[in-house]
Design a protein around this ligand. Structure first.
Ligand code: ADP
Ligand code: ASP
Ligand code: MG
Length: 442
C-alpha cells in the first residue's frame, strides 16, 4: 500500500503554493462507473476500451468502486455504529473477496495470477485491518455519514478498486500507474459532501511524483501507445487535516470533469451501462429512446430532475472551457452514446429559446426528456424538460382532470402525481410511467 506519509499535508500545500504548473492539452479523461466494473466480463470490456482509447490519446482513468460496493460500505457503517463488528467484518470480507475473484479471473497466465493473488492478499489484509479500526471508531456515532469515520469507511471502495484494477491493467500488458486519489483531490472538511479545492488541483496533478512519467512521456511527445495510464478512484479526496473525504454519492462523475478542467484534457467520456442518455431511465421504461446530443444545460437539468445517469454537478467544471462530455455504454462499444457540449442540440434550433417555445429532438416528441423522482412514499414528481406546446396541453389536461399540481420553471414542467410504478397503475391516476413516456415520446 502506498504510504501517505510520502506526501504529508504541509509538504503538499507549500509545494502547491510555490509551483507554477503548466497545462498540457493532450489527453482525455475516461470514467468507468461501478456498473461497468461489476464482473470480470465487465473488466475485460473496460480494459478493451482503455487499450483502444490510449492508442488515439493518452488517457487518465477514473474508476468508481465496483458494483454495489459503496452501498455495502454504507451497510458496514450502519453495523459499526450499532457495534455489530462481526457483521462489519463479514461485509468487508465479502467486498474484498469479490474484488479478488474478479481480478484473478481477468489474468490467464498461472504465474502472473499467483503473483497478483499474493499482492492482492497483502493489500486487502492491510485495508481490512485499517477498515476494522475505522469501524471501531464508528461505534455509537450519532451522524456517521457526515463524519470523517464514515468517509474513511466509504473510501475503501474506490481505494480497493483503483489499486486492484491498475494491477490487472498492468498484468494485461497496459503500462499504468496507480494514483491514490487522496493525494491529488484535496477538499474542504465537509464529510459526505466535500468540495474540491479546484485551485490546487492542477498543481496536484502536474507535480505528483507518480504522474511524472505520464507528463514526461507526453512532453517528450512519445507515441500515445507508450504513455502509461494513470488510474485513480473517483468520489474520494482528502481534507487539509489529512482525513479521507467523499464528494457525495455518484461523485465519481464529478471527479472526472474536475480533473479534465484542472489538467487541460480535451474531452471526457463517462462509461456506464446504458447507451448514453435516454428519454427516461431505460431500466424502468424499456421503450426509452436514445438522445444523440444534448447541450450542457439540458443534460444538467435532466440530472437535477433526478436522472441518475449523471451526477448533477458533473458538467459545471467543464462548461466554461466548452469541453465535450460523451456518455457511452461500456458493453456496447459500437454505440456512439450521447454527446454533451456547449452548443445547442441539433434539432432544438428555434431562435426563441423561451420555455414555451422548445422543439424536441424528433418529430412527434413532446419534450426533450422525462425524469422522475419519488417525493415520498405517496407522491412522485415527473419532470418534462422543455415540453412543447402540445406537451404542455397534455400536462394541463392531466393536471385538471386529476387535480394534480403542475409547476413550471426554467428547467421544465413538473407534474406531481400519485406514486408512479413502471408498469402498474395507481388507482388515483390510471397511467403508468411507461404509458406516460410513450405518449410523450411515441
Ligand atoms: P454508473 O455505475 O456508471 O455510475 P449509474 O447507475 O449511476 O451508473 O447510472 C446509470 C443508470 O442511470 C442507468 O443504468 C439507468 O438505469 C439510469 N438512468 C436514469 N435516467 C436515465 C436516462 N435518462 N438515461 C439513461 N440512463 C438513465
Ligand atoms: N462509488 C460511489 C457511489 O456509489 C461513487 C460513484 O460511483 O460515482 O456513489
Ligand atoms: Mg453513476
Amino acid at each position: 500500500m502506498r504510504d501517505l506519509q510520502l506526501l504529508n499535508d504541509d509538504a503538499i500545500y507549500s509545494f502547491l503554493q510555490n509551483s507554477d504548473a503548466t497545462v498540457i492539452k493532450t489527453h482525455s479523461i475516461v470514467k468507468f462507473g461501478g456498473s461497468s466494473l461489476a464482473s470480470s466480463r465487465a473488466w475485460r470490456h473496460v480494459i478493451d476500451h482503455i487499450q483502444k482509447g490510449r492508442v488515439e490519446q493518452p488517457l487518465i482513468v477514473v474508476v468508481s468502486a465496483i458494483g454495489k460496493t459503496t452501498r455495502s460500505l454504507v451497510g458496514c457503517i450502519e453495523y459499526a455504529t450499532r457495534a455489530e463488528l462481526d457483521k462489519v467484518d463479514g461485509g468487508l470480507t465479502e467486498i474484498w473477496q469479490t474484488h479478488k475473484e474478479i481480478a484473478l479471473e481477468c489474468i490467464e497466465d498461472g504465474q502472473s495470477r499467483s503473483e497478483l493473488q499474493e499482492k492482492i492478499d497483502t493489500f486487502l489484509d492491510q485495508l481490512h485491518v485499517e477498515a476494522m479500526s475505522v469501524a471501531n471508531d464508528l461505534q455509537g456515532h450519532p451522524s456517521p455519514l457526515s463524519s470523517s469515520y464514515g468517509d474513511a469507511m466509504l473510501s475503501f471502495g474506490e481505494r480497493a478498486t483503483s489499486q486492484i484494477f491498475q494491477w490487472v491493467l498492468q498484468g494485461s500488458g497496459i503500462p499504468s500507474i496507480a494514483v491514490d486519489a487522496r493525494e491529488v483531490i484535496l477538499t474542504d472538511e465537509q464529510h459526505g459532501a466535500a468540495s474540491v479545492s479546484r485551485d490546487k488541483l492542477n498543481s496536484a496533478f502536474m507535480q505528483h511524483p507518480a504522474l511524472a512519467s505520464f507528463w514526461g512521456a507526453i512532453e517528450r511527445e512519445h507515441p500515445s501507445s507508450q504513455v502509461p495510464v494513470p488510474v485513480l478512484g473517483g468520489f474520494i479526496g482528502r481534507s487539509h487535516t489529512g482525513q479521507a473525504t467523499t464528494l457525495g454519492f455518484e461523485g465519481s462523475d464529478l471527479t472526472a470533469t474536475l480533473i479534465a478542467e484542472a489538467t487541460g484534457a480535451i474531452n471526457v467520456t463517462i462509461f456506464t451501462d446504458v447507451d448514453g442518455i435516454m428519454t427516461t431511465d431505460p431500466r424502468v421504461v424499456p421503450t426509452a429512446k436514445h438522445i444523440p446530443r444534448l447541450s450542457y444545460d439540458e443534460a444538467e437539468d435532466l440530472a437535477l430532475a433526478g436522472a441518475r445517469v449523471l451526477h448533477p454537478k458533473t458538467l459545471s467544471p467543464i462548461m466554461s472551457q466548452g469541453l465535450p462530455v460523451r456518455v457511452r455504454n461500456t458493453f456496447n462499444p459500437d454505440h456512439p452514446g450521447t454527446l454533451i457540449e456547449s452548443s445547442r442540440s441539433l434539432l432544438d434550433q428555434s431562435s426563441d429559446h423561451s420555455p414555451s417555445n422548445h422543439r424536441p429532438y424528433r418529430e412527434g416528441w413532446m419534450a426533450i426528456a422525462m425524469a422522475y423522482t419519488h417525493l415520498d412514499t405517496t407522491t412522485s414528481i415527473l419532470t418534462f424538460l422543455h415540453a412543447t406546446q402540445e406537451g404542455q396541453s397534455q400536462l394541463r389536461h392531466w393536471s385538471e382532470s386529476y387535480a394534480l399540481p403542475l409547476e413550471m420553471d426554467t428547467h421544465g414542467w413538473h407534474l406531481h402525481v400519485p406514486y408512479l410504478h413502471a408498469d402498474h397503475p395507481n388507482p388515483a391516476f390510471p397511467l403508468t410511467l411507461q404509458a406516460i413516456h410513450d405518449i410523450f415520446f411515441p
